[in-house]
Design a protein around this ligand. Structure first.
Ligand code: MRU
Length: 361
């Protein structure tokens, strides 16, 4: 396998380090890394999808906290650090609303500070870098475990459809949905992936195909509107996607278009799998209807990638995510095991009591 550039990595100490990440808006044309040295850089990188995918956003936000505290003088009081910490967390939490990993990770950073009230400001700053590194390492481990648990769902010779990008670019590890595919391939199963291009920002076309090619997994790119026909032609044996937030009843929020794919899979009697770590579950939400859906700029649809494709001033609706009801989800692969069937009882049994249940926006 060719050497893979990490999606993100911390370089240096808590005091003067920075977050280096692949700028995913430039892929697949060029592989460029950018450095985030201020909380504004981190906020902008999340908002404009230079870094994206629920777990990667969570890890980025944790490092964003460390970066955000660097504006304080070296001899600052602990109380001033705590109030800056709150300011930075509130700021980062406003970058994107849907992926719960962002809020989960910021809450972990807050809790870390609260649990170490005796540390002075310098030691606390260093402790927060340790915690951010821990979140990154755990995410990598969760990806591997998801791959191990999910691989058994895919059989030799199958065609597998995926939507958006739930690969290494979306996490600190090998991904969630793609980790399952990588693990099955590593176990010797030959799979053929069909990647939905994923309008309007083309994460499937730009990122998923790029990643699969790097790993020598056969992949065919299709437009989102082709998924039903490709299923009808018998090319798809299973669908697997990631998730941005999963409610207590098993409803799954993921990239816009996922719901349509799930309905198509149901109509063709094809299993629809979701792969996600426990940090993507939000047990404080009773059902998927409570999940906040990010609304993005009209220009993503009317002027995507610099070309005008609709009349100027046309009314546009651009929700970035949708919710697939649990009844259409055949199984959810987590790092703890496979939830199947998917309902409130099975989700609770797998996730409680250690899942977070904090209120988030
Ligand atoms: O808008 P994006 O690119 O951040 O959306 C990403 C997705 O919808 C992914 O499928 C999801 O975050 C899971 S990533 C492992």
């Amino acid at each position: 396998m060719p050497e893979v550039t990490p999606t993100l990595r911390w370089i240096g100490t808590a005091r003067d380090g920075y977050l280096r990440m692949i700028d995913q808006t430039r892929l697949p044309v060029e592989l460029i890394e950018i450095d985030c040295r201020t909380v504004e850089d981190v906020w902008e990188a999340i908002k404009s999808l230079r870094v994206r995918g629920a777990p990667a956003i969570g890890v980025t936000a944790a490092y964003g906290v460390v970066v955000g505290l660097q504006t304080l003088p070296g001899d600052v009081d602990r109380a001033d650090l705590d109030s800056r910490l709150e300011e930075v967390c509130t700021d980062l939490a406003s970058s994107r609303p849907t992926a719960v990993n962002l809020f989960w990770s910021l809450e972990r950073m807050r809790q870390t500070a609260m649990n170490a009230a005796d540390l002075n400001a310098t030691m606390m700053h260093e402790r927060l870098l340790v915690e951010a590194r821990r979140i990154e390492t755990e995410d990598r481990e969760m990806c591997s475990a998801i791959g191990r648990h999910g691989a058994e769902l895919l059989n030799d010779g199958q065609g597998v459809l995926t939507h958006c990008n739930a690969g290494a670019l979306a996490t600190a590890g090998d991904g969630t949905a793609l980790s399952v595919i990588f693990a099955a391939a590593a176990q010797g199963r030959s799979l053929h992936v069909y990647a939905d291009e994923t309008r309007p920002l083309l994460q499937g076309a730009r990122l998923t195909t790029w990643e699969l090619r790097q790993r020598n997994i056969p992949v065919t790119l299709i437009c989102d509107s082709m998924a039903g026909w490709v299923m009808q032609e018998g090319k798809i044996d299973a669908v697997i996607t990631g998730a941005d937030r999963i409610a207590a009843d098993g409803d799954v929020c993921n990239k816009i278009g996922t719901y349509s794919v799930a309905l198509l899979a149901k109509a063709h009697n094809i299993p629809f799998y979701v792969a996600a770590p426990s940090s993507t579950f939000d047990l404080s939400l009773d059902s998927g209807t409570e999940i906040p859906i990010e609304q993005r700029a009209a220009e993503e649809i009317t002027e995507g990638f610099g070309r005008t494709t609709a009349p100027t001033g046309i009314e546009v609706y651009n929700p970035a995510f949708d919710v697939t009801p649990a009844k259409y989800v055949s199984a959810i692969v987590t790092e703890r095991g496979v939830i199947q069937p998917v309902n409130r009882e099975t989700v609770t049994a797998m996730l409680a009591p250690t899942a977070k249940s904090q209120a988030v926006p």
